[in-house]
Design a protein around this ligand. Structure first.
Ligand SMILES: C[S@@+](CC[C@H](N)C(=O)[O-])C[C@H]1O[C@@H](n2cnc3c(N)ncnc32)[C@H](O)[C@@H]1O
Length: 449
């Protein structure tokens, strides 16, 4: 019988989807162990027990894996910012490929999974940071939450964020402290600043700072905004009003405090305007490869009429617009649709249109009105597409569906449903957009049989 807080020796046999070491005990329990790699023997302390499985953390490592990377800080592991940072990058890529292959097998699909394409930058690759702000020992601090908790681990080096973003966060923190601003207190729902969001254009160096605040206004806000605007590379400063007691970081309303209403960045030779609420791929060094793989697999031509669903600020659609007859995008975030329209103008694209709404509803509407499309691009969030989306896509009957997915589990589910409508795929290309984490992006093209 195992107990919480008990320490025991474990042999790690595998890595879970979350990047935790997997061990099986004599009692028939499966334990998921923080900071433990396959082949290692560790002494671990049990943190939580459930029926048949539990969670533990490594106390000491008795036998070390040759694939272990020594870390200069354990904060990244404590917070889950970089759950695979203790594994060599080559092994991380193998882990990602295997993850997708295992899912293909489990789903009894006949698909070839290619090797995961490495990211050019393994560290400091994130162009966006969202860090919580809290009071710690009566001082405003930034950092990240300890795993499975809301306790702030104070931090200055976030490992996978652009170091210039880390610097800006420090600069903003100092300004907030100077003006006696308080960090958010979750228990009493008090304090002024909940989060700092910083986005930096990888190619332009333009920085946007968003202060997520409990109130719309507070003392010295204009001076604070002005000082933040004077920090190196900062082009845009916003206040996002989030009065709710919620885990959702941003509220619905943004107010421009200083500078421009957007920043710009480049993908290939195109420039994109990005507003605070708009999605933008977070690993700019790898985005061109992701898009290029999708385009290569789609074999587009000048007669193609492309539907770019879940289009964000139009990045994929606009990057292929010159090679095809037309691009029609649909996206649910209003400011992203506005950005997409502006981005078309900015890049002299005249054969694109963007609509505000849910992709599944627009696809249904387009299917009913008999809209023509030869290629559909789907780049949904983690939950994947809906059955309604797949049915209407089948009705529109494009020759190809380019599917870009950040969650292989929902990708498999959707591929199986597409198969019922006569669409099949032969290969999946994993692309590493998120080094040091367990996440993997996949590109695949479904073809009409
Ligand atoms: C993974 S992002 C992809 C964006 C874009 N294709 C890109 O590469 O930058 C998914 C996008 O889908 C949008 N979205 C989420 N649910 C949606 C829905 N039901 N219909 C349309 N867009 C949706 C999100 O706002 C987000 O912009």
């Amino acid at each position: 019988m195992l107990n919480k807080n008990q320490e025991l020796q474990l042999t790690i046999t595998d890595l879970s989807y979350e990047g935790m070491g997997v061990a099986h005990t004599d009692e028939g329990m499966t334990l998921f162990v923080d900071n433990a790699l396959p082949g290692e023997v560790v002494t671990a302390k049990i943190l939580k027990l459930k029926k048949g499985f539990g969670f533990a953390k490594t106390v000491s490592i008795e036998t070390k894996s040759p694939d272990r990377v020594e870390m200069s800080s354990n904060k990244w592991a404590q917070t889950g910012i970089a759950p695979l940072a203790h594994l060599t990058y080559a092994k991380q890529l193998e882990f990602k490929t295997k993850q997708v292959k295992t899912l293909v097998e489990k789903n009894k699909l006949d698909i070839d999974v290619l090797e995961t394409i490495a990211s050019p930058n393994e560290l400091g690759y994130r162009n966006k940071a969202q860090v919580p702000v809290r009071q710690v020992k009566r001082q405003l601090e930034v950092g990240f939450f300890r795993k499975r908790s809301h306790d702030l681990v104070v931090m200055e080096d976030f490992l996978i964020q652009d170091p210039k973003i880390d610097n800006t966060i420090k600069g903003v923190r100092e300004i907030l402290r100077q003006y006696g601003i308080t960090g958010y207190d979750e228990r009493n729902h008090r304090g002024q600043v909940k989060n700092i969001i910083v986005r930096r254009g990888y190619f332009t160096g333009e920085i946007m700072v968003v202060l997520v605040c409990l109130d719309k206004k507070f003392k010295h806000l204009p001076e604070i905004a002005d000082e933040i605007h004077q920090l190196e590379e900062v082009k845009s400063v916003y206040l996002n009003h989030n009065p709710q007691k919620t885990n959702v970081i941003m509220g619905k309303k943004n107010r421009l405090l200083a500078g421009n209403s957007y920043i710009t960045d480049k993908i290939g030779d195109q420039t994109f305007m990005i507003s605070p609420q708009s999605f933008f791929q977070i690993n700019s060094s790898q985005t061109p490869t992701l898009y290029q793989k999708a385009v290569e697999m789609a074999e587009l031509n000048q007669d193609d009429e492309v539907l770019d669903t879940y289009s964000g600020i139009g990045t994929i659609g606009l990057s292929v617009a010159k090679e095809v007859k037309s691009v029609t995008g649909v996206e649910v975030v209003k400011s992203a649709v506005e950005d997409a329209k502006n981005n078309a103008t900015l890049n002299h694209i005249t054969n694109s249109e963007f609509f505000l709404g849910k992709s599944e509803e627009y696809m249904n509407h387009w299917a009913e009105e008999g809209k023509q499309a030869t290629v559909v691009i789907a780049d949904p969030p983690r939950k994947g597409v809906t059955s309604e989306f797949i049915q209407s896509t089948a009705k529109i009957a494009p020759r190809k569906v380019i599917y870009i997915s950040c969650n292989p589990a929902t990708l498999m589910r959707d591929i199986k449903e597409f198969e019922e409508y006569g669409y099949t795929t032969k290969t999946i290309q994993p692309v590493d957009m998120f080094p040091m984490t367990q996440h993997v992006e996949c590109v695949t093209v479904l073809e009409k049989n």
